[in-house]
Design a binder for this molecule. Structure first.
Ligand SMILES: C[S@@+](CC[C@H](N)C(=O)[O-])C[C@H]1O[C@@H](n2cnc3c(N)ncnc32)[C@H](O)[C@@H]1O
Length: 269
């Protein structure tokens, strides 16, 4: 399997801008496969879509000819951006979607997204298998998850193991805990974990973008500590310890043909 790890420390580029660029790239690729400027159909499914997010959902709603949101939480029923709200786990959705494709009542998806879902799943390979199952042969997936090797990732895993996440979040972000918080598992969310899980789930290509945007972590810290993520980001950029970056932006290609040369590698691991 071709594993390409690219890095991105562009200060002007936040994770959602990268996600948007990747979505547009997937759209252009779908069009090129059909030999046109715009694909006849660009079917997108957002796994773990929740209520959607203004930072990315409108972009995919615009690109997609059909946009489906799937989530086991009933937040999905308040997602205004998707054409279809499916209140289900990714795994159950994959099973019913496969049956529908087999009997000709549904089409496979061209693109799946799972934004900040991996770290909430106890068995990420099952999540990836579900994503693999709903994609067409040329399909791609884009996932974002915190890196388990970053201090934030390490702390959230430790807190989850000690069952202290809720107590700590209640102190740091009291508004978030009651409104929008999901249990954290933080399993295998490292470069090496992602590579292994993607292979086990049957993907042919994996590409990981390493981001370190201090703004992602600053809201979790008291005011006087907010310089720490900035110093950390500068330190890993300077020392090239990029495997310790804050965020993994993962693209997965289902088929061999789709994995060839669509991203520029910066480092090979
Ligand atoms: C942190 S939220 C992210 C929501 C949205 N993607 C966003 O970025 O705002 C994680 C979501 O993943 C969903 N989730 C976790 N495991 C899931 C599974 N197995 N199937 C479907 N959804 C799942 C949760 O219910 C929750 O809505």
């Amino acid at each position: 399997m071709a594993i390409v790890v690219s890095t991105n420390f562009e200060p002007a580029m936040n994770q959602y801008e990268t996600l948007q660029a990747m979505g547009e790239q997937a759209y252009a690729r779908s069009a090129a496969l059909g030999g046109t400027n715009a694909p006849d159909a660009f079917r997108v499914v957002d796994i773990g879509a929740g209520r959607g997010a203004a930072e990315y959902s409108p972009v995919f709603a615009d690109l997609a000819t059909h946009y489906v949101g799937v989530d086991l939480d009933d937040d999905i029923l308040n997602n205004p951006w998707v054409d279809e709200q499916v209140h289900s786990s990714a795994e159950d959705f994959a099973r019913s979607h496969q049956r529908a494709v087999a009997d000709g009542t549904a089409e496979p998806f061209d693109l799946a997204t799972a934004i900040y879902v991996w770290e909430h799943h106890r068995e990420p390979v099952k999540l990836l298998r579900a994503i693999h199952a709903v994609l067409g042969d040329d399909g791609q997936a884009i996932l974002i998850t915190p890196n388990g090797l970053h201090p934030f990732g390490l702390a959230s895993k430790a807190l989850a193991k000690l069952d202290l996440t809720d107590a700590v979040l209640r102190r740091l972000r009291p508004d978030e805990i009651d409104d929008y918080h999901f249990h954290v598992e933080a399993t295998r969310n490292t470069i090496w974990g992602v590579r292994k899980c993607a292979g086990e789930a049957g993907f042919a290509g994996v590409d990981i973008d390493l981001h370190d945007d201090p703004g992602v972590f600053q809201p979790y810290l008291p005011e006087r500590w907010r310089g720490l993520p900035v110093a950390y980001s500068k330190a890993i950029a300077a020392t090239r310890l990029r495997a310790l970056s804050g965020t993994l932006i993962i693209t997965l290609q289902k088929g061999e043909s789709s994995s060839a040369g669509w991203r520029k590698p910066t480092i090979q691991l």
